[in-house]
Design a protein around this ligand. Structure first.
Ligand code: 1CP
Length: 336
């Protein structure tokens, strides 16, 4: 698997490629399977249909990795928090008031279908296609648990981090433990590597970043590596800015996803030597296609030649991306 050799530090050319949100609404076959499932959560918890939507972009574009189809909010739901997806508006949760409403022991029974999706996928994917398991990082998942929805800058979460550190740090403890169990289950079910999505890393002041982003991530990385010594983890501290190097250095993560705003060469200069990067084509360019996309792809390929690198977007693919642009992107990478 080219993605796994890259995570082990071997450069491969062209770089292994996959796209965040590669299974999704830009594909007509995804929309059809989602309609068959009824709603988004039912799709995540239906192993046959979740397997199907994970495989759709692999069949169509031949990416080097498949990412388990699920969502970062399935874990808080499994811990007992309510979750629904309002049509066209994104997730809604009743904002968390007490830690006693969460149950670590009930969670594995509720997320069991997700682990079944992982084992089905490992059996059905081509041997050379890596299977990526994932979870949200505790701070990002806590943003949704405490504020109850996205779409803003999570004011309640940021305020509680200062005003009620006991509550927020207690929530981190629960999420660290739950995430270790959940990801460990994914590895045991057949995931070849793992990714931690810290999509809201960019909203925290540096001292809160250290407490809620770096420290929980470091504990998750170290626990997973002691349980599964060969497993590699990719972190994605989106919009971490100048905190990126400290994140890489302190957490022990094996590779780091770069968001759209981060200059690849500046990241190479700032992070420890040998850091493996993933990213970071602007998803807007994938939507627009044409010469602007082609130039940006060439620039990325040029700057990663000779380094172990994973080609990806700087954030998820949007529903309005034409399939033909994804096909053209793969053509450009394969011809490199
Ligand atoms: O069909 C639909 O309309 C639902 C859209 C959708 C999809 C396709 C959601 C709702 N989640 C997903 C799948 C998903 N989410 C995957 C697996 C598929 C793949 O990558 O191919 C993964 C890895 C995620 C992770 C996820 N969910 C993140 C982290 C990555 C990121 O985009 O920053 C986050 C923040 C979420 C929460 C979430 N789930 C769905 C939405 C619309 C959101 C974002 C809400 C917000 O903007 O705050």
């Amino acid at each position: 698997m080219r993605l796994i050799s890259t995570l082990n530090g071997q450069a491969s050319w062209p770089p292994p490629t996959w796209l965040m949100r590669q299974a999704g609404r830009y594909l007509p076959e995804y929309r059809a399977t989602r309609a068959q499932a009824g709603d988004f959560i039912s799709l995540c918890l239906n192993p046959a249909l979740a397997e199907e939507v994970t495989l759709q972009p692999i069949r169509k574009f031949g990416f080097d990795a498949a990412i388990l189809f699920s969502d970062i909010l399935i874990l808080p739901m499994a811990l007992g928090q309510g979750l629904r997806f309002a049509e066209g508006e994104g997730p809604r949760l009743p904002p968390l008031e007490t830690l006693s409403s969460l149950s670590l022991s009930a969670a594995p029974g509720i997320y069991a279908p997700v682990l079944e999706t992982v084992s089905r996928l490992r059996a059905s994917l081509p041997r050379e296609t890596a299977l990526i398991g994932f979870a949200g990082s505790p701070a990002t998942v806590a943003c949704y648990m405490l504020d109850g929805q996205g779409g803003g800058d999570f004011p309640r979460t940021r305020r509680l981090a200062y005003e009620d550190p006991g509550f927020v740090d207690g929530l981190m403890e629960i999420m660290v433990e739950a995430t270790i169990g959940y990801l460990s289950g994914q590895v045991e079910a057949g995931a070849n590597c793992l990714m931690l999505f810290e999509s809201w890393a960019g909203i925290f002041a540096p001292q809160i970043f250290r407490r809620l982003v770096i420290s929980p991530t470091k504990r998750i990385v170290s626990a997973l590596k002691s349980r599964h010594p060969h497993v590699k983890l990719i972190g994605f501290p989106r919009l971490a800015g100048l905190m990126l190097a400290e994140y890489v250095h302190e957490t022990g993560i094996d590779a780091v996803g770069l968001d759209t705003t981060t200059d690849l060469q500046a990241a190479q200069a700032a992070c420890p030597p040998g850091t493996i990067f993933q990213g970071n084509l602007d998803p807007l360019l994938l939507k627009l296609g044409g010469p602007a996309m082609e130039e940006a792809v060439a620039r990325i390929l040029d700057s990663v030649k000779g380094h172990p690198h994973i080609f990806n977007l700087g954030h998820g693919i949007t529903p309005d991306v034409p399939e033909a642009n994804v096909a053209r992107l793969m053509e450009l990478i394969r011809a490199a």
